[in-house]
Design a protein around this ligand. Structure first.
Ligand SMILES: *[C@@H]1O[C@H](CO)[C@@H](O)[C@H](O)[C@H]1NC(C)=O
Ligand SMILES: *[C@@H]1O[C@H](CO)[C@@H](O)[C@H](O)[C@H]1NC(C)=O
Length: 447
């Protein structure tokens, strides 16, 4: 009762144009409370709006213009404004009152990355240069139209990939001379260990688009070892010796790298296998979406790491489908930074960095988020109409997380109550009842 009275007192203290105390109380006691405007009177981002609980506001979905007003403080912006950006970042324009201190930037949109345009395709990257917190992993978003080839190459870093759309053929070679070819579609993965040569080609009808992850934030898509680049920079006399041909045979080879270029449509996998093809013992691809999901109360989770995709020794991932009103619960990852890719929907994430520091970031589809290892965080579905689909990627061989809910549920009740609810036995009882026997529930239905 004490906490309820406190709530009321709080509301009365800060509130203008509130519903009658009884009904306000009622609204607050059920979660989620309607939109903040319903509960707290004036619409969000106006001087009269009051929200001591910092509910999410979907400014994109509701077509709102965020302004820095918070519980009676703040004022308008008089200078120039980039309203599209403000709308995508409502929690930077008006941070929750719980945010504090300075955190490095944890958000980057591929829309802000330079695009390298090539014949029939393009590529853009998010590395430590675009996003300084992207230390452990770098990401590349690439598109290859039908028949278009990302040329035969290799690189210093291992490469993990998630197919975003369309279909793609991959080829690779292992160090024992085993060869590998496969065709992939949306939700499929590949992994090429460091230095392993490979190629990619867009298949019909419209080619493919995918997200590549490299296990070093310093990776650059410009610094790969390309077949044509090497040949262009080798004396023709040596090429002749190496391939047992006359030097003239190489008169017309490319004089510089091809990188991405239009190829012809490939035949079936069987048809394309060269004579003497030796099937690799390694499995370079994996159908992540074909995995049986872990069904949580608020959505589906698929985890792929070296336990079910053995070759992927340096990259682990979780794919999340977050349902209406659901929350990716408060948690942290002990073994690696999280590199998050927002595939669909809009989300709000608060990163807790210890020493009282926390900052809230908002994400839309095509954005990249970072959560450094051990920093507490959640992912909240911000949109009212769009589902939220998220990929969490880690430089690790195993996926690991700690759930705050589970931790407290498996800690002596007295210990928990004395930390959080000393002097409020009623709240302590309600809380302890809720976390009793808690299991990890990565995505929570909040109702
Ligand atoms: C391929 O692209 C064209 C042009 O953008 C589009 O009209 C068509 O629907 C696409 N087909 C498929 C199967 O995606
Ligand atoms: C979250 O995502 C779902 C779709 O999965 C959407 O329908 C729902 O309304 C979204 N928003 C909220 C606030 O839950």
């Amino acid at each position: 009762m004490i906490s309820r009275l406190l709530t009321l007192a709080l509301l009365a203290g800060v509130g203008t144009a509130l519903p009658a105390p009884g009904s306000a109380l009622q609204q607050l006691l059920r979660l989620p409370a309607g939109s903040p405007a319903e509960v707290f009177g004036d619409p969000p981002f106006t001087p009269g709006h009051r929200d001591p609980y910092d509910h999410k506001v979907d400014s994109v979905g509701e077509g709102l213009e965020p302004l820095p007003y918070r519980n009676g403080d703040g004022t308008t912006v008089m200078g120039p404004r980039n309203k599209d950006r403000e709308r995508q970042n409502p929690d930077l324009v008006r941070p929750p009152s719980t945010d504090h201190g300075t955190l490095s930037n944890m958000r980057w949109s591929f829309a802000d990355s330079h695009i390298r345009i090539e014949e029939g395709g393009w590529t853009r990257q998010t590395t430590i240069r675009e996003l300084p917190t992207s230390r452990e992993l770098a990401g590349v978003n690439m598109r290859l139209d039908e028949g278009v080839i990302r040329e035969l190459h290799w690189h210093t870093e291992a490469e993990w990939a998630y197919v975003l759309a369309g279909e793609v053929r991959v080829t690779a070679l292992d160090p024992d001379g085993g060869s590998f070819m496969d065709d992939l579609a949306e939700g499929d993965l590949w992994y090429f260990p460091a230095g392993h040569p490979h190629s990619l080609q867009g298949l019909g009808p419209n080619g493919t688009e995918f997200l590549l992850i490299f296990d070093d934030g310093h990776f650059s898509e410009e610094s790969t070892f390309l077949l044509t680049d090497w040949m262009a920079h080798t004396p023709k006399a040596v090429l002749a010796e190496n391939f047992r041909l006359k030097p003239e045979a190489f008169d017309k080879i490319p004089t510089s790298e091809k990188y991405i270029f239009k190829g012809s449509k490939p035949g079936s996998l069987e048809h394309e296998k060269p004579r003497g093809f030796k099937q690799s013992k390694l499995r370079f691809t994996h159908h992540m979406h074909a995995q049986d999901p872990i069904r949580t109360t608020g959505g589906n989770v698929r985890i792929t790491d070296s336990t079910n995709f053995p070759i992927s020794k340096t990259v682990a991932a979780a794919h999340l489908e977050i349902e209406p009103g659901a929350l990716r619960e408060m948690h942290w990852h002990p073994n690696a930074d999280e590199w998050t890719y927002f595939k669909r929907g809009r989300a709000r994430v608060t990163v807790f960095a210890s020493e009282g520091n926390a900052r809230t970031f908002d994400y839309v589809a095509g954005d990249v988020g970072i959560v450094p290892r051990n920093m507490g965080h959640f992912i909240e579905n911000l949109s009212d109409e769009e589902p939220l689909e998220v990929l969490e990627v880690f430089r690790a061989d195993k996926y690991q997380d700690f759930s705050l809910f589970q931790w407290l549920g498996e800690t002596p009740r007295r210990m928990v109550a004395e930390h959080i609810f000393a002097g409020d036995p009623e709240a302590a009882d309600a809380f302890l009842k809720n976390i009793e026997g808690a299991e990890k529930d990565p995505i929570k239905d909040t109702i």
